[in-house]
Design a protein around this ligand. Structure first.
Ligand code: NAI
Length: 289
């Protein structure tokens, strides 16, 4: 199967790894050459680590790498059977990329978005054939997280839904089908988790390292809310909250945090920028006080 991935950032590069590991021919596209170079270098590191851990051998590493081509033109995805978009969480930008993409791909190509919170119906409306559009929402890091939400829009055809579910299951992921509502399942449940942690911090009840430590030690979470926000990216996490808040008619349960907004504006994005709630060393490890 030929897979086109749009955006080679955190999610696009991870989804490319998943599809390539499953034996698909993957084309990974980004407008930013530095992002493509980073995705390639990061895959090399990840696969080398998997060899060290004895999970794969060097032949498997080569096979996965050979399955991915890095491209810098959207039209290079023209032979795709399925494209998955993972660019900035902005409806207008996604819509314009989708309508351009449709001019290059075949009639049968499925056009999917990895959006965390935007309406699949409105993304689909940018296409001449909206029935080919669907949400395929991976979690971060895509190669490790088993769950994938599949979100049919009201326009999506039954055949497209079936193919999407089958493909993602073939990639050894567990599919949860969700309705096209803001935040779908997981991101909606998660909003109050981040929001309340930020409010506790803003009210001076505890610093963020203490909140994280409490949630890990007492709550049994693998990562605390601030570690997780840094991991996801404060820009991405803030935008998702803002979208869900707006889409639910300003329901105060989903109110975004000004602290996180300032972090995003300052470029304190988290792990990917080297600084967020925590500082990060060159290996992306948090320096936890
Ligand atoms: P990111 O910021 O790491 O990567 C986005 C990439 O898209 C960048 O490399 C950028 O150069 C590229 N890009 C931007 N505009 C483009 C365009 N017009 N054409 C081609 N490439 C373009 O973002 P990330 O975190 O990978 O998020 C991508 C999408 O996935 C968003 O919709 C986000 O909501 C969603 N998502 C993010 C998760 C996360 O934990 N970061 C989890 C699940 C979904």
């Amino acid at each position: 199967m030929n897979i086109g991935i749009i955006g080679s950032g955190t999610m696009g590069s991870g989804i490319a790894q998943v599809a390539a590991t499953a034996g698909c021919n993957v084309k990974l596209f980004d407008t930013n050459q530095a992002a493509l170079d980073k995705a390639k270098a990061s895959l090399e590191k990840i696969l080398a680590r998997l060899i060290e851990k004895g999970r794969i051998d060097s032949e498997e590493k080569q096979r996965i790498q050979n399955n991915i081509t890095y491209v810098s033109q959207l039209k290079d995805l023209s032979d795709s059977d399925l494209t998955i978009e993972a660019i900035v969480e902005n409806l207008d930008i996604k819509k314009s990329v989708f309508s351009e993409l449709e001019t290059y791909v075949s009639e049968d190509c499925i056009i999917a978005s990895n959006t965390s919170s935007l309406s699949i119906a409105s993304i689909a409306a940018s296409l001449k054939k909206p029935e080919r559009c669907i949400g395929i929402h991976f979690f971060n890091p895509a190669p490790l997280m088993r769950l994938v939400e599949v979100i049919p829009a009201i326009q999506t055809s039954k055949a497209v839904l079936e193919t999407a579910v089958k493909t993602i299951s073939d990639w050894k992921k567990t599919v949860a089908i969700a309705k096209d509502t803001p935040g779908f399942i997981v991101n909606r449940v998660a909003r109050p988790f981040y929001g309340e942690a930020l409010r506790i911090y803003e009210e001076g009840i505890a610093d963020f390292a203490s909140i994280d430590a409490a949630m890990k030690k007492l709550g049994g979470f693998k990562m605390g809310p601030f570690e997780l926000m840094d991991f996801i990216g404060n820009d991405v996490n803030y935008t998702v909250t803002e979208t869900v808040f707006t889409a639910f008619y300003f329901d105060p349960r989903y109110k975004p945090s000004l602290t996180q907004k300032r972090f995003a504006e300052a470029g304190y994005l988290g792990r990917k920028s080297g600084k967020g709630f925590y500082d990060y060393d060159s290996n992306g490890k948090a320096v936890i006080p």
